[in-house]
Ligand binder design. Structure first.
Ligand code: APR
Length: 230
């Protein structure tokens, strides 16, 4: 087995204290997506949107990776092959745990983006409407987050990884949002074995060869030990 592609969602960061989106009381119960996670919402009320991401950026800055993140970093380090993490999460807990090959398909809280010239730079903890871009100096800084209706990042590279995967694991994602929810079908087309890790089957759970029910901080260390013992 030479290549493992791993998709993660908010569930892997739940035990690090970062809220998920669609659970009871989750982020989308507290805020309307159209207000804080769309280009239209940002145009309508940039202050509300900046404050939403400032709060999440501060929380993520304080958060520590859990045993689930650490297990994936160990897998990348010790596995005799390639391990690629494709995350829908915008926190940096995979990197804090030591993972190096991490693709943030929905962007990252630690990054800022210029809406005029596409320049990216490390985001300050607090961003405000009208912040200037350090490259073009226009007052058009925005969170480097992929909002609903925008194209996720690095899709060509992600599909190349899926085409070459021997094993595809999906961890802590509800399967509500495409294209990520379609990755399991892509992996199956490439002949990969597929496994889902969640506290309950996701909307696409039936498409996996194997489902491991439980908290990621419990199920992932065991899974990694099994893989490394092979
Ligand atoms: N261990 C494993 N899975 C867990 C845990 C845990 N400890 N806690 C929760 N989960 C699972 C839930 O059962 C659920 O299936 O994590 C999933 C979280 O689902 P969502 O809240 O929908 O988050 P996610 O799937 O990452 O959302 C995808 O939607 O709003 C957009 O861009 C946003 O990236 C996000 C995307």
């Amino acid at each position: 087995m030479r290549k493992i592609v791993i998709l993660t969602g908010a569930g892997i960061s739940a035990e690090s204290g970062l809220g998920t989106f669609r659970a009871e009381g989750g982020l989308w119960a507290q805020h309307r997506i159209e207000d804080v996670a769309t280009p239209e919402g940002f145009a309508r009320d940039p202050k509300l949107v900046m404050e939403f991401y400032n709060a999440r950026r501060a929380q993520a800055a304080e958060a520590a990776p859990n045993e689930g993140h650490r297990a994936l970093a160990r897998l990348e380090q010790d596995f005799d092959g390639e391990v690629v993490v494709v995350t829908q999460n915008v926190d940096d807990l995979h990197e804090k745990a030591g993972s190096r090959k991490v693709m943030h398909m929905h962007g990252a809280l630690k990054s800022a983006l210029c809406a005029t010239c596409d320049h990216r730079w490390p985001a300050p903890l607090v961003m405000a409407p009208g912040d200037a871009c350090p490259a073009c100096e226009r007052p058009t800084a925005r969170p480097d987050i992929v909002w609903f209706g925008e194209m996720p990042y690095d899709m060509d590279e992600i599909f190349e990884h899926l085409a070459g995967a021997d094993l595809f694991a999906s961890i802590g994602t509800s399967g509500n949002v495409y294209p990520a929810a379609g990755f399991v079908a892509e992996a199956r087309r490439s002949g990969a074995r597929t496994v889902e890790f969640n506290i309950e089957p996701s909307l696409v759970g039936s498409q996996f060869d194997d489902i491991r029910i439980g908290s990621a901080s419990q199920t992932l260390p065991r899974w990694v030990e099994e893989l490394l013992a092979r």
